[in-house]
Ligand binder design. Structure first.
Ligand SMILES: [Zn+2]
Ligand SMILES: [Zn+2]
Length: 583
């Protein structure tokens, strides 16, 4: 089935759902009901608050309507007729939509008594609908406007086949279990709280440790690849963002400036202008290039509170940001290196599949894009050549480039088959011009090419993604606590402390549980905390300088010599292993 056909089916399903809702809950007013990815939704103004049980009742009613094979009938009306028609039915939201339409013919789709303001097209009759399931209820402001009424949105899933539907439902159930918003607080990694404010993350000690490991790793990887580390402040004169242009075209995403000594200061939404200023702090020669400035730069951006989502959409986050300044001749190598860097990350974190999107300018509309055509061509073909030389499949999106340059976006597929946007490699012909960047070449002064690139994207977001990818079971090198040491009785406390000290001495991260609780309870808790290894220490272990290692799957490795356990764990960490070496 073609995509637009599936979309038509999904949208028709939305009509049937709305018809069922209006039959079950008379007086319900309609908002809008489009097809979306994986299905459809409809927004309702209904005095009854929908419950999960209602979804089943609505589904049953929908099945009745489907069985009746009611035709979808299109009726053309003038604007005045349509207004009168929907006014009579009390459909105030539809009236508002009609007001905004041009004069001329308006189409209204009927399925039995149900009528909807709609452009169509639709399936022939309700009997064409199958393989759907109502999935969720959410609040949604009318027209996404927080000042307008809050409507109730019912989401439905709809696919071409029963198998696809079932596979998706199963994936969603698995996703719910590993939702980072649930796992984060459960594993005591992070929290978000009202006193601090929405979209602002508090990393707890374990989250802080995970973050340190990620930061150390990415900084070292940057250094290996010839990046410099730079640091920039969280605020700067608004003036800086006026030069960069952010104060104009990006202001909707920026917090309001604050006044300091009669001047306006801006909390930074981007790191780029700072790195540009570092570039400008000296006269650069072609011999200095490429310059690669990297920073774990924390930025603050305004997001509507309704758009915030755990660690994935936040108001303050830290990018593993870098800006490369190079000559046109160096561009291809630089892009290639960025790409290899991204691949190295995916391998290290166990993302086996990825997809690449190349966004280019629209040659029909050169006026939408800044910079020289020759630069664009060079940049676009460099991106293409790197992808092709490495046999990387990609899709091209003409006209989707930012106005200031083409880019590559890389999405990874996680352990349960979902795609996540992580890395971006973005050209910029705008900032070098705005800041009048130059370097001295053999033939005089020239403008460098600037590339923005982020590998993790944001560390918060990346943390959320890997938390779900690993379902909280981090590989040893990432796990905030790598082993939990459990004692059977107080007799073993001195030895348990010694074990912990020896581990810490080689950089491992143990945690002690010497509480006088039952061993079974201590084991269960360590498992719930998703700690890779649990050590059980009884009299025999203490006597033999050994540990019994309990694995994630419940298997016990009895009485292993402590030295051996420590060296194996060390090896597992040092090689960034994705599998446990003790097994
Ligand atoms: Zn419709
Ligand atoms: Zn940038």
């Amino acid at each position: 089935m073609e995509n637009n056909e599936l979309e038509m089916k999904r949208h028709s399903c939305a009509h049937i759902m709305a018809a069922a809702v209006q039959q079950l809950f008379p007086g319900t007013k309609l908002g809008i009901g489009p097809a979306v990815e994986n299905g459809f939704y409809y927004d309702f103004d209904c005095s009854h608050a929908f419950t999960p049980e209602d979804l089943k009742t609505i589904e049953t009613k929908m099945k009745e309507l489907i069985k009746a094979r009611i035709p979808f009938e299109c009726k053309k009306m003038s604007k005045a007729e349509a207004k009168e028609f929907f006014e009579k039915r009390g459909e105030t939201y539809k009236l508002e939509l009609i007001e905004e339409l041009n004069d001329g013919e308006i189409t209204v789709y009927f399925t039995g008594d149900y009528a909807d303001l709609c452009r169509g097209p639709h399936v022939e009759h309700t009997g064409k609908i199958n393989n759907f399931k109502l999935s969720a209820i959410a609040g949604a402001y009318w027209r996404g406007d927080e000042k307008r009424p809050m409507l109730q949105r019912i989401y439905g899933l709809s696919f071409n086949s029963k198998d696809e539907l079932n596979a998706y439902v199963k994936q969603q159930e698995e996703a719910a279990k590993r939702d980072h918003r649930k796992l984060g607080p459960e594993l005591d990694l992070f929290s978000i709280n009202d006193h601090v404010g929405p979209g602002l993350i508090l990393m707890h000690p374990k989250g802080g440790m995970l973050r340190k490991v990620l930061e150390d790793w990415i900084k070292n990887e940057n250094l290996k690849r010839g990046y410099d580390l730079v640091v920039s402040p969280h605020i700067a004169r608004l003036h800086l963002f006026e030069i960069s242009g952010h104060a104009g075209f990006y202001s909707d995403s920026m917090f309001h400036p604050m006044e300091v000594d009669g001047d306006n200061y801006q909390i930074k939404p981007m790191n780029c202008p700072f790195h540009v200023e570092i570039y400008k702090s000296n006269l650069r020669s072609y011999r200095d290039l490429p310059l690669r400035y990297s920073e774990l730069g924390t930025v603050y951006r305004y997001e509507r509170s309704g758009a915030l989502h755990g660690l994935l959409r936040v108001r303050g986050f830290t990018q593993d940001d870098a800006h490369i300044f190079c000559t046109p001749e160096q561009v291809e190598d630089e892009v290639k290196q960025c790409f290899e860097f991204a691949m190295h990350i995916f391998k290290t974190f166990g993302f086996e599949k990825y997809s690449v999107e190349l966004s280019t300018r629209d040659p029909q509309h050169p006026e939408h894009f800044t910079g020289e055509v020759a630069d664009w061509e060079r940049a676009e073909s460099a991106l293409k050549r790197v992808l092709e030389a490495n046999n990387i499949p990609y899709t091209t999106h003409a006209g989707e480039a930012a106005f200031y340059g083409p880019k590559i976006d890389i999405k990874v597929m996680d352990a349960i088959g979902r795609l996540w946007q992580l890395s971006t490699i973005q050209f910029d012909f705008n900032l070098p011009q705005r800041f009048d960047l130059e370097y001295v070449a053999a033939e005089g002064r020239k403008r460098p090419i600037m590339v923005h690139r982020a590998m993790f994207g944001s560390i918060e977001r990346f943390t959320g993604v890997i938390l779900e990818h690993f379902a909280g079971w981090f590989p040893l090198w990432l796990a905030p606590v790598q082993a939990k040491i459990l004692t059977l009785t107080d007799e073993q406390i001195p030895y348990a402390k010694e074990v912990a000290a020896q581990m810490r001495a080689v950089g491992l991260r143990p945690e002690l549980d010497v509480r006088p609780e039952k061993l079974g309870l201590k084991i269960r808790e360590a498992h719930l905390e998703r700690i890779p290894y649990t050590f059980v220490i009884g009299a025999k272990e203490a006597e033999n300088r050994a540990v019994t290692v309990r694995l994630r799957d419940g298997k016990n490795l009895n009485g292993l010599p402590l030295e051996e356990v420590i060296s194996k764990m060390k090896e597992e960490v040092d090689t960034f292993s994705l599998v446990n070496l003790l097994q």
